[in-house]
Write a protein that binds this ligand. Structure first.
Ligand code: MOS
Length: 728
């Protein structure tokens, strides 16, 4: 089904199942420990051996020699695959540094060997006996030092590296009120609960990998390319995922090394990365240095806006696109955006929840707070004055829906914004300085094709199959809701099967595009199944109503199951998009409100309340969507207050590579959160009229926390995370 004009009324609009707060179908499995994660799939194949990955102890250089003698002789050892006896593996489309093969080391904890043994303990013990001679080379590990000479780099191919509208310099010079500040964000780690883990097994030329991966079709393509296999000989299965946050968008070393090790051992091999290996072996959100210049008239209209961002990455890597939301969020005739990318020898930088927007909004929305203060205009008013209903660079491109100002105003009412004292450091309760902050959140809504297969059987049960993943977001549930709504069934008459590359290729879970696109693919398949049912039962497809497990037209009513009495009925289709996503700017919005208390003596920050008011199209399952948004808010609070990959600039690695030293928020850090969704539908997004929220929640929260801290203390910290020593 091609989607290219605004959606009219369709069966989803009945909202009998869609739009209802619904418990997650997989919730009971996950909370009772019965959802099988990749490493726990003991049942899928017999005779599994254990692999243990060895990471490089240097960040840059060569492996001169590796002595495997003692390791090979250790108890239980079945095989060792070393990077010295493997040719350098082909870089797939999604990997930035080769995952394995050859003597060169390009980052710390890059995989250099895998040991396979009968037990995990034997593999780990043998791995410790491998002796490696390194030839260390000098590396570049300091973003700040590299920033000055970092070359300009375009957002996407074909775009100018310095993106201009109007005359920024002239307008900025002439502006009566201006802000010119630098903001920095550190590297961050996904820190998902489930580690990278895979079981690999060969049957002749055919490879099956049970793993934990967000994007099954990308994974199949990239694994085939990396190992030089035909795609039809690769199967990936990933039905349950214990969090990914972008870290599992791509094939990582666990998948590749499990496959190589299984071949070498002649047995299925399972591999999980240890927590200390994950942070330097895999990817992280790159650190940024951002400069924002805002020029405005005295009545608060932005006349000049410039956002420049510098980040670093491996030579093949991409920049952190921290400027992207600034191109679209506020009006202003004169605009300039650019990025610089420094080559660094740190681990690969790549996507983490709301890549670009998350660090970009931490800077932009603090700059807006600074501008509001300088103008003596309320920060919500400043954002309202500069609202735009079109792409500021291409005014003919309207937003499909943009209710940011409503989010901010409703949030202000709900949060008691009127009680905020705009004079910093003026509210005190005993030893606590109290402050409130606001920030505007923005995250794009991306349209990408997605396929599904649906089957009706004689029990009247509909089974949905798609390679879509559920990374803890609620995908099983919203897909079941979609099929139930379309076929007129209760939720318990729908079975959803996900994550298998043998199923039709979906949009996958990334960029908060999963919910809208994957359910739209299921919608398309269900439209076909309804036609097949109508034909089988002798109804006219356009008249037939599907509800309560029955099909009705005129005064004739037939049980849905009757259509499959002789044989199951199947249908498969995909949603694909014309240029509707280009004709209209499609984005999601939120207003984030935060109240903090800062200890006047120790500088300790306590978040007291958080509120998000979101406008994100139709909310398919308000309960799951709320969970996504509050999860994002927690992550944003972590980014504001504690999360930071600390770089050892001499040896080139992230020092705090475990959950004891890479701090993330816990429940006690977040006492009260509220989420409100505006009642919105977006007919431009898909027949579902929905958008994503999985990344909206994290966007701009950090700035709302920072702005609240400023309001509480009068100290502006522009260097995240805002740890207590920075504002004492
Ligand atoms: Mo997301 S960072 O595209 O999983």
């Amino acid at each position: 089904m091609k989607f290219d004009t605004p959606a009219g009324t369709n069966p989803i609009d009945q909202l009998k199942v869609i739009g209802k707060p619904t418990d997650r179908i997989d919730g009971k499995y996950k909370t009772t420990g019965t959802a099988p994660y990749a490493y726990e799939r003991h049942d899928v194949i017999a005779n599994q051996a254990y692999g243990f990955i060895v990471g490089s102890a240097i960040a840059k250089g060569r492996i001169a020699a590796m002595n495997l003698t003692d390791a090979k002789a250790a108890p239980g050892v079945l095989a060792i695959v070393s990077t010295l006896d493997t040719p350098k593996l082909t870089l797939s489309a999604m990997n930035v540094a080769s995952l394995f093969g050859g003597p060169d080391v390009v980052h710390y904890h890059q995989a250099i060997a895998i040991v396979v043994a009968e037990t995990f303990e034997q593999a780990r013990a043998a791995a410790s006996l491998i002796r490696v001679d390194y030839a260390r080379a000098k590396g570049r590990f300091d973003l700040e030092a590299a920033a000055a000479t970092a070359p300009l780099v375009a957002d996407e191919k074909g775009e100018p590296p310095v993106d201009r509208v109007g005359d920024f310099e002239g307008a900025f010079a002439a502006a009566p009120v201006k802000i010119d500040q630098q903001y920095t964000t550190p590297g961050e780690s996904h820190a998902m609960m489930e580690p990278f883990a895979s079981i690999a097994a060969w049957q002749g030329e055919k490879l099956t990998v049970w793993t934990s991966n967000q994007m099954i079709a990308w994974g199949k393509r990239d694994l085939a390319k990396t190992l030089g296999l035909k795609p039809e000989n690769v199967r990936i299965d990933s039905p349950y995922i214990g969090g990914g946050f972008g870290g599992k968008l791509f094939v990582r070393a666990d998948i590749v090394l499990a496959a190589l090790a299984a071949k070498a051992a002649g047995r299925p091999v399972k591999v999980a990365m240890t927590r200390p290996l994950m942070i330097n072996n895999a990817t992280h959100r790159p650190a940024t240095i951002q400069r924002l210049r805002l020029g405005a008239t005295r009545d608060g209209r932005i006349t000049a806006i410039a956002h420049e961002s510098t980040s670093g990455n491996q030579p093949e890597g991409k920049p952190e696109v921290a400027i992207q939301q600034t191109k679209l969020l506020y009006a202003g005739a004169n605009r300039m955006f650019s990025m610089r990318l420094a080559e660094l020898d740190l681990p690969e930088g790549n996507a983490m929840r709301a890549p670009g927007e998350a660090p970009g909004l931490m800077a932009l929305e603090m700059a807006m707070d600074e501008l509001a203060e300088k103008l003596a205009i309320d920060p919500i008013e400043l954002r309202a004055i500069n609202d735009t209903q079109v792409d500021p660079a291409k005014p003919e491109r309207k937003y499909s829906q943009r209710q940011l100002v409503r989010c901010l105003r409703e949030g202000a009412d709900r949060f008691g914004w009127a009680r905020r004292n705009p004079v910093p450091a003026s509210v005190r309760e005993g030893r606590w300085l109290i402050g409130m902050g606001v920030a505007a959140a923005f995250r794009n809504n991306m349209l990408t094709k997605s396929a599904a297969r649906v089957r009706l059987d004689a029990r009247g049960v509909v089974t949905v199959e798609t390679d879509m993943t559920d990374i803890g977001t609620g995908t099983y549930t919203i897909i079941a809701q979609t099929a139930a709504e379309m076929m007129g069934l209760p939720l318990d008459k729908v079975v959803v099967k996900l994550g298998d590359s043998d199923f039709p290729a979906s949009a996958g879970s990334g960029g908060q595009w999963g919910a809208n696109n994957s359910t739209a693919g299921v919608y398309a398949a269900c439209v076909k199944l309804r036609e097949a049912v109508a034909q089988k039962l002798g109804f006219n497809a356009t008249d037939a109503e599907f509800s309560d497990g029955q099909v009705r037209a005129g005064n004739r009513t037939v049980a849905l199951a009757d259509a499959a009495r002789d044989a199951p009925l199947s249908a498969e289709d995909l949603i694909e998009y014309g240029d509707i996503g280009k004709r209209f700017q499609q984005s999601t919005f939120a207003g984030h409100f935060v109240e903090v208390a800062v200890d006047a003596y120790t500088g300790e920050t306590r978040i007291r309340r958080m509120l998000a008011v979101c406008a994100a199209g139709r909310i398919l399952n308000p309960k799951a969507a709320r969970s996504q948004v509050i999860g994002g808010m927690v992550m944003g609070a972590g980014a504001a207050l504690m999360e930071e990959l600390a770089v050892d600039k001499r040896f080139g690695f992230f020092v705090n590579h475990d959950l004891a030293s890479y701090e993330v928020p816990v429940h006690a850090d977040i006492p009260h959160q509220e989420v409100i969704f505006l009642d919105e539908v977006d007919p431009m997004s898909s027949p579902m009229k929905a958008k994503g929220v999985g990344e909206l929640g994290i966007c701009a929260v950090g700035a709302a926390v920072a702005n609240a801290i400023y309001n509480a203390t009068g100290v502006r910290v522009r260097d995240y995370p805002i740890t207590l020593e920075k504002h004492l």
